[in-house]
Design a protein around this ligand. Structure first.
Ligand code: NAG
Ligand code: NAG
Ligand code: NAG
Length: 178
């Protein structure tokens, strides 16, 4: 299955090679709790310190700890008239993959974007609030432009966070490739 995804990714890149995206700009982040007895966001924002330094911070309070089963669905969408699915839509077992991050390259890439700025840097159980603190968007820009040659446009990186099989929270990142 992963072979297939990477092959299709590779073929896609060959087609898109003339449209290399030189610039990533994070435009918004939106966090939603779907079960406020289970979790709630204390904050969730992008902040511009100056033209060159913009960062992402978020904190989610967890009310039913310890949490031992976590799945994440992530999907990439691109805006045409409205956001449409684009390339990825996968669900992974985060507890398993946090033990073996290399087992899934897409999850490994995603986790690599924030793990150094987060206390979500170990596997389950989670018995504390989760934070991503001052993650510089320039760092994500480098990783994304280095790794992905996608066509220009507006994108939404959508993630649903499931505990015990129920969607508890959604985190949406909006960015533009220009
Ligand atoms: C932007 O702010 C950061 C952090 O305060 C600082 O290190 C950097 O020098 C600033 N850059 C400019 C261009 O002012
Ligand atoms: C991802 O796929 C699932 C299952 O096909 C679907 O229900 C869901 O709406 C998709 N997510 C997005 C953001 O398109
Ligand atoms: C995880 O992050 C916390 C808080 O930033 C830090 O104190 C801890 O040393 C980190 N643990 C690992 C295994 O990197």
């Amino acid at each position: 299955m992963w072979k297939y995804i990477w092959l299709s990714h590779f073929i896609m890149m060959l087609y898109l090679v003339n449209e290399i995206a030189p610039m990533v700009e994070f435009t918004n982040v939106k966090c939603t709790s779907w079960d406020k007895k289970f979790d709630d966001f204390e904050y969730c924002h992008l902040k511009s310190v100056n033209r060159s330094f913009k960062y992402l911070s978020l904190k989610v309070n967890l009310f039913k700890v310890p949490i031992t089963k976590v799945k994440v669905n992530f999907a990439l969408l691109k805006r045409y008239s409205g956001y449409k699915p684009f390339l990825y839509n996968i669900t992974v077992d985060a507890c398993k993959l946090l033990k073996h991050p290399k087992a899934n390259p897409i999850f490994g890439f995603f986790h690599g974007l924030f793990k150094e700025h987060s206390n979500m840097n170990h596997s389950c159980p989670y018995d504390h609030d989760l934070v991503v603190e001052k993650l510089p968007t320039s760092f994500m820009n480098q990783k994304i432009t280095g790794a992905l040659n996608f066509p220009h446009g507006d994108y939404l990186f959508h993630s649903d966070w499931l505990a015990y099989g129920i969607n508890r929270a959604t985190v949406d990142f909006f960015y533009t490739l220009s």
